[in-house]
Design a protein around this ligand. Structure first.
Ligand SMILES: [Zn+2]
Ligand SMILES: [Zn+2]
Length: 490
């Protein structure tokens, strides 16, 4: 039901919505599922609308319905019959006359109205949503599938509905729909698409970008999914999910396990020439470790490198008397990006990289080289750092840090991992789920015209994909922030 809440919600009694990014919700309650609507047979009144094909639910516009507005409409509406034709216990025709009592009720995401005569006969029932073959309401069904397919979760959406005072799909109905129509359809579609991607990449030199993500931050995570994307097509070509139980309850090594599983599988199927990861301790070094014989180049994610450098500089700037470093932070990080982009070899990188130690002191030409920027002009307005001052020494320590320089060549291919394309999968998955429903609704009596319907399905999927893009951006964040500083990959 729509409309203002009669009383303010008590925050204490609201369900807790976690920070997790859970998409596939798991059932926690024993609520019964929604009962299907009974079929009504009323004289001269239209039957409830039935969902006959995919278009009946995908291409139909929907809106939020307010009870007050519905009542206004129903009050001025006349039924086709102005006398009740029901039969009384005495055997006589009821013959009660309009106006009849209108009872408005809410079920799931729908509202329904029932006209009742003074003798209690039900004259007609109307529902705000079409119903499917087995009595399920179209809105309940679409909301349930689209929660999953747009990357949301039931808890969050149901809280939103609670705040709006709108009827929501029962939790168990949601789980039933998710498990019956979505999970297998998404899985099958993923497997089909994945094997096509792998086939297309066979025989080529493949560069992949990988990133692990835990289901919750820190060390209490239960699952880690390691997602691998191919550089040119931006297609996700592998997802490895590791359960804490597979790593003897040690969540710290889950990402490493997932990485091993990924490289083991992909290196059997494809010619991997380069893997880009974050500089995470849990990732084994493909140059020296388990995969050295495969000759896979290991590169590091630029975002991670830049973030790491910025963290070090801001930490040094917090030391008393070194706050000037904060003014130079952006320039130093930009210089790092530029060096990585410009240099082809480690030597070239170093020659460019050390320039920052001179430049910040207003020295633009030195024994071994010079800055490559043009005239800075007088208006730069930046305070130069005094050579050999405490701040300068701190910067030199960072710039020439041995552990940093040891791995710096891994940034030189300038790889930036972006997993937003995952959202493409969601959009496609919606298409598949709807097709699966169609299969369920029309068992055995499927008709032709697949092409036309496919078009509509994609159009319907557009809204879901837009809503999910933010969730996809979030996927680039790492869960294990605590261990990120460590650059030691051995
Ligand atoms: Zn009656
Ligand atoms: Zn300079």
């Amino acid at each position: 039901m729509g409309g203002a809440l009669k009383t303010a919600q008590s925050v204490d009694h609201l369900p807790v919505i976690g920070l997790d990014e859970t998409v596939h919700d798991l059932s926690a309650h024993e609520d019964p599922t929604d009962e299907p609507l009974p079929n009504l047979e009323l004289p001269n009144s239209p039957d409830p609308l039935k969902v006959q094909c995919v278009d009946d639910i995908i291409s139909v516009r929907a809106a939020v319905l307010y009870e007050t507005c519905l009542r206004q409409l129903l009050t001025i509406m006349k039924l086709p019959e102005d006398r009740c034709t029901g039969v009384l216990r005495t055997g006589l025709v009821c013959d009660s006359v309009a106006p009849f009592h209108i009872n408005i009720t809410s079920k799931g995401t729908a509202m329904s109205a029932e006209w009742i005569c003074s003798n209690g006969h039900s004259l007609w029932k109307w529902n705000s949503q079409p119903v499917m073959k087995f009595g399920m309401q179209a809105g309940d069904f679409l909301l349930s599938t689209n929660i999953l397919l747009s990357g949301n979760n039931y808890g969050k959406v149901s809280l939103l509905f609670k705040f709006m005072n709108m009827g929501m799909v029962n939790q168990n109905t949601f789980f039933t729909i998710q498990n019956t129509y979505c999970v297998d359809a998404v899985k099958e579609y993923w497997e089909e698409r994945n094997s096509e991607s792998i086939c297309r990449l066979q025989g080529k030199d493949v560069v992949v970008l990988g990133d692990g993500r835990n289901d919750s931050p820190g060390h209490c995570a239960q699952y880690c999914s390691y997602t691998t994307m191919e550089l040119d097509t931006k297609e996700i070509i592998h997802v490895a999910t590791i359960d804490k139980r597979q790593t003897s309850w040690n969540s710290n090594i889950m990402e490493k396990e997932a990485f091993i599983q990924t490289v083991d599988k992909l290196s059997r199927e494809l010619k991997l020439v380069e893997i880009c990861t974050d500089a995470h301790i849990q990732i084994v070094n493909p140059d020296k470790g388990r995969y050295k014989d495969l000759g896979i180049h290991h590169s590091l994610d630029m975002w991670h490198g830049a973030k790491n450098l910025a963290k070090k500089i801001s930490a040094a700037a917090k030391v008393k008397g070194q706050s000037i470093l904060l003014h130079w932070l952006k320039d130093i990080v930009n210089h790092f990006w530029w060096c990585c982009k410009t240099a082809d070899t480690k030597e070239h990188f170093l020659a460019l990289w050390i320039g920052i130690c001179h430049h910040v002191c207003n020295i633009h030409t030195w024994e071994m080289g010079s800055c490559q920027h043009g005239d800075l002009g007088e208006g730069l307005g930046k305070q130069w750092i005094e050579r050999d001052s405490k701040s300068h020494k701190a910067l030199v320590d960072i710039v020439f840090n041995k552990r940093w320089l040891k791995d710096v060549h891994k940034y030189l291919r300038f790889r930036i991992r972006a997993l937003t394309n995952l959202m493409f999968m969601w959009r496609e998955a919606l298409r598949i789920a709807v097709t699966a429903v169609k299969g369920a609704e029309h068992e055995g009596d499927q008709e032709g015209d697949q092409g036309g319907q496919a078009e509509l399905l994609v159009a319907g999927a557009g809204a879901g994909a837009g809503a999910g893009e933010e969730a996809g951006e979030g996927a680039g964040e790492e869960a294990g922030e605590g261990a990120e500083d460590n650059q030691d990959l051995d």
